[in-house]
Design a protein around this ligand. Structure first.
Ligand SMILES: Cc1cc2nc3c(=O)[nH]c(=O)nc-3n(C[C@H](O)[C@H](O)[C@H](O)COP(=O)(O)O)c2cc1C
Length: 167
């Protein structure tokens, strides 16, 4: 099966997951999303980082260009993987892909370290009661995210796609 793995990344987390998935799929093409020239593939796996609760702008644009394909997706996010926010991200991304009649065969997601510059910005700009401000719960979550994706996440990503593709 001719497979494309196209990823969008700002600070490298999503690229790490993309590379792990690429390692276990024979003859797949791994490309930064901005370098994809052809959609002539049997399966398109799209990787994105989460921005405002959905795929980032570049990945969204790419997703909207994919029609009538077999697809899968993966993402990294600052929130916990089992959070309602992560579930909403799955829904939001699925909706975009389904609008163009793509068949989604599966997905994977894990936490990804948040850009330290963004954390500094949030600490300086917002009070602890603001939805993005530094209260103890958020500070813990930012710290927890900082070590991801880790080896376990990458193994899980590989295993998810091995199962999905019967490898
Ligand atoms: C501008 C910006 C907005 C973000 N918005 C969200 C968000 O809405 N929800 C979330 O869980 N994480 C959010 N994050 C965290 C990133 O999705 C996360 O750190 C991701 O792993 C970054 O991936 P990358 O290294 O591939 O760029 C945001 C990060 C940035 C820089």
């Amino acid at each position: 099966m001719k497979t494309l793995i196209a990823y969008s990344t700002k600070t490298g987390n999503t690229k790490k997951v993309a590379e792990a998935i690429n390692d276990i799929i024979p003859f797949s093409d791994l490309k930064d999303i901005s370098q994809v020239e052809s959609l002539d593939y049997d399966l398109i796996i799209i990787g994105t980082w989460i921005d405002k609760g959905t795929a980032d702008e570049k990945a969204l644009k790419f997703m909207k260009s994919v029609e009538n394909k077999k697809v899968a997706f993966f993402f990294t996010l600052g929130a916990y993987p089992n959070s309602d926010h992560a579930k909403d991200c799955i829904k939001n991304i699925s909706k975009v892909l389904e609008e163009n009649k793509n068949e989604i065969i599966g997905s994977y997601h894990c936490q990804g370290a948040i850009d330290p510059q963004l954390i500094e910005f949030m600490k300086k700009t917002f009070g602890p009661d603001h939805p993005h401000g530094p209260n103890s719960e958020r500070i813990k979550r930012w710290k927890d995210a900082s070590t991801h994706p880790d080896e376990k996440d990458l193994e899980e990503a590989k295993n998810t796609f091995k199962k999905l593709l019967n490898l």
